[in-house]
Design a protein around this ligand. Structure first.
Ligand code: P70
Length: 458
């Protein structure tokens, strides 16, 4: 199979983008305190900050907006969404939310109490923060291969079941109200979880009566990897694989801003009626009535249609192929990335890209700054700025194992020519990597540092 198939769509509306000059970008970035989050979207040429909420909707989705039923209660779009969710995910109950983290907040507030533990393969930062916000502890049991950028393991997002088992025996099942699996694993490179792993995790949890929830935001991409890589699934449809995944779960949280192909939206789904009732109360308090949950009727319709489109095998083949294409162009030139490439992004391995910059001098952030200066490309640091922890008493830093820069590919937005441009810029930067200097903070906020910190070059 060629590494990239042509787009399975043609372009009906275009949005102009503009490449600024090097001098303009130098001024813009300095003005933003070298924090890419403060650069205006119109000053970015290729925006790879996130694949979340940045998808291009289809003509069918745009048409769906016009049949939005904006009644406060029981709008028709709720019913359509309900049918789609029950068809794909199969859970008894669901609650719409405005995005993924709202589903997390409702779930953990209803299910987790202070001192509880929630194990996962790898919690995303909003899930971790929402668990900690109710006094719980979020713990990760990713397989060790998941932390090795060059490991070719086919399912680097898998959970280490032995460690999970030991942990349950150590702390006791009564302190673990639920466990989670993030599919695909965003922090470790967009790596998938195998069906065998999901099944085994479910078996272990069942022995202890612990429910399993899936953080499903990139589940369709995970489905595609299972079809490609796991024996026995190649001939199944994407829908069949998705149904099998969720058959092992007791519920899920979903940011539909990813594999729902919408700009805003999410949901929480589950089988347990009591949990549903508790969550319903919180939803009304924080999001809105049960049939709209913080969204307009038209948003529900766009989500219902987008969820179906994201399971289209031709779409997924192109989507995953795009990510792989960019990865292969970089690998050909020896650019260090997380291998094999994941589902939604290519992750540069900053430790190997700029080995002369110690983690204390924020190599990932330095790379992010240079990608913008060189080519107007916006990426995001997933390394020391996002995750290093400072001991409040000693002032000493503990640095994360992985120092990555994520190039997230928005769905259905950029063409192969855009990706070639991105590859060319990165390859050129790689050839003069010796000139890249480290960075330090000029302003260091107390938490969620990466969003508001300011920097300068060392
Ligand atoms: C991303 C965004 C969101 C996310 C996720 C997983 C596995 C839940 C959520 C929350 C966040 C982001 C990061 C950097 C820059 C911009 C945006 N991920 N679970 O890009 O969903 O955002 O809808 O509340 O990845 O990875 P929501």
């Amino acid at each position: 199979m060629p590494s990239m198939v042509p787009e399975p769509y043609r372009i009906k509306a275009v949005e102009p983008i503009r490449l600024t000059t090097r001098a303009e970008r130098e001024a813009i970035l300095a003005n933003a305190g070298y924090n890419i989050f403060f650069v205006k979207s119109e000053d970015v040429y290729i925006d790879l900050l996130t694949d979340s909420g940045t998808s291009a909707m289809s003509d069918a989705q745009w048409a769906g907006l016009m049949v939005g039923d904006e009644a406060y209660a029981c709008c028709r779009n709720y019913d359509r969404l309900k049918d789609v969710i029950s068809d794909i995910f199969g859970f008894c109950y669901f609650l719409p939310t405005h995005q993924g983290r709202a589903a997390e907040k409702v779930l953990f507030s209803a299910a987790v109490k202070a001192g509880d533990y929630v194990p996962s393969n790898s919690h995303f930062d909003t899930t971790r923060a929402n668990i900690e916000a109710v006094g719980g502890h979020a713990v990760d049991f990713l397989i060790s291969e998941g932390l090795v950028p060059t490991s070719q393991h086919a399912f680097k997002g898998n959970m280490d079941v032995k460690r999970l088992n030991r942990f349950i025996e150590d702390v006791g099942a009564q302190r673990i109200p639920l466990a989670m699996l993030t599919i695909t694993n965003n922090f470790g490179g967009g790596q998938p979880v195998s069906l065998a792993n999901i099944r085994t995790v479910k078996e272990v949890l069942s022995q202890h009566g612990i429910p399993l929830f899936i953080d499903a935001c990139r589940y369709a991409e995970n489905v595609y990897f299972i079809k490609q890589r796991e024996a026995g699934y190649g001939n199944k449809t994407t829908l069949e694989v998705a149904r099998e995944i969720f058959s092992y779960a007791d519920g899920c949280t979903m940011s539909a801003k990813k594999d729902g192909l919408v700009n805003i939206g999410g949901f929480l789904a589950m089988n347990d009626e009591r949990l549903y009732q508790q969550a319903s109360q919180l939803l009304i308090l924080w999001e809105g009535f049960l049939t709209y949950g913080g969204l307009a009727g038209r948003d529900l319709e766009a989500m219902a249609r987008g969820l179906r489109e994201a399971l289209d095998e031709k779409y997924l083949q192109h989507r995953i192929g795009q990510v792989r294409y960019l990865a292969e162009r970089l690998l050909e030139q020896g650019v260090p990335i997380v291998e094999p490439p994941g589902g939604h992004a290519v992750y540069l391995d900053a430790r190997r890209f700029v080995p002369h910059i110690p983690q204390a001098e924020l190599p990932g952030q330095a790379l992010v700054a240079h990608l913008y200066l060189e080519g107007g490309i916006r990426a995001v640091e997933i390394g020391s700025v996002a995750f290093a922890r400072k001991d409040e008493k000693t002032g000493e830093w503990t640095y994360p194992e992985l120092e990555l820069v994520r190039l997230a590919i928005p769905r259905r937005v950029y063409t192969q020519t855009h990706l070639d441009y991105v590859a060319d810029v990165i390859i050129e930067l790689y050839h003069k990597r010796d000139q890249i200097r480290g960075m330090r903070y000029t302003y260091e906020p107390p938490f969620l540092r990466h969003f508001t910190a300011r920097f300068e070059f060392v």
